[in-house]
Design a protein around this ligand. Structure first.
Ligand SMILES: N[C@@H](CCC(=O)N[C@@H](CS)C(=O)NCC(=O)O)C(=O)O
Length: 201
């Protein structure tokens, strides 16, 4: 299998972490690309008509996207227990929250570096950060039961989202006033899969 990837993308990272946690590292060849909403890499386009990454190209040439689909596929072929049946909807909802944090954080980056200077909207960027703030506060208040218990896909997605905030939005200091979330993050960050895939680029 081939993973169309960029080392900076939080969605790609979630997939890389699941590959590691599922013991599939030897079966996946990473194909690095540089793709943005304005300039799509041909390999990204050929694997996904939307041009977005991650995309996983299977050995028969078929492609899977997006990160949620790929992670679930990897779990199916490896038997990794990241999707507990008895609380699957809680887990998938928390994964969606983490993905939403990533999405808003990536949109803020795009606004700052892809939009022409004169068209950039500080109000729009602030609105994205506000979404993230509400999500972080809900996590701090431990509103999501799926945060507890054995390792699940939502834990990995949440860790990737928080690390991406450190990577691209460190000045926003997400830890301030969120001691419980900070502690949770410190604990999960001990996992090798997370330590070896920290975002870069
Ligand atoms: N929902 C998608 C989001 C993927 C996504 O937005 N990826 C970004 C990189 S972080 C991308 O490919 N951007 C290029 C584009 O939007 O054309 C997923 O979970 O895979």
């Amino acid at each position: 299998m081939k993973l169309i990837f960029s080392a900076a993308s939080p969605f790609v990272r979630k997939v890389r972490v699941v590959i590691d946690e599922s013991g599939l590292t030897d079966q996946v060849t990473p194909v690095p690309v540089q793709t943005t909403p304005l300039v799509t890499d041909p390999a990204a386009r050929s694997a996904n008509p939307l041009g977005k990454i991650p995309a996983l190209v299977l050995d028969d040439g078929k492609s899977l996207f997006d990160s949620r689909v790929i992670c679930r596929y990897l779990k199916d072929i490896s038997g990794a227990g990241l999707y507990p049946a008895e609380r699957i909807w809680d887990v998938l909802t928390l994964e969606a929250l983490a993905d939403g944090i990533m999405e808003a954080a990536v949109l803020m980056v795009y606004e700052g570096c892809l939009r022409e200077k004169e068209n950039r909207s500080a109000t729009w960027v602030e609105a994205q950060w506000e979404k993230i703030t509400h999500a972080l506060d809900a996590l701090e208040r431990q509103e999501f039961a799926a945060m507890q218990g054995d390792l699940n896909i939502a834990h990995l997605a949440t860790a990737c989202a928080l690390d991406y905030l450190d990577f691209r939005h460190g000045a926003q200091e997400w830890r301030k006033g969120r001691a419980a979330l900070d502690e949770w993050h410190s604990q999960i960050s001990l996992r090798t899969s997370l330590q070896t895939t920290l975002p870069s680029g």
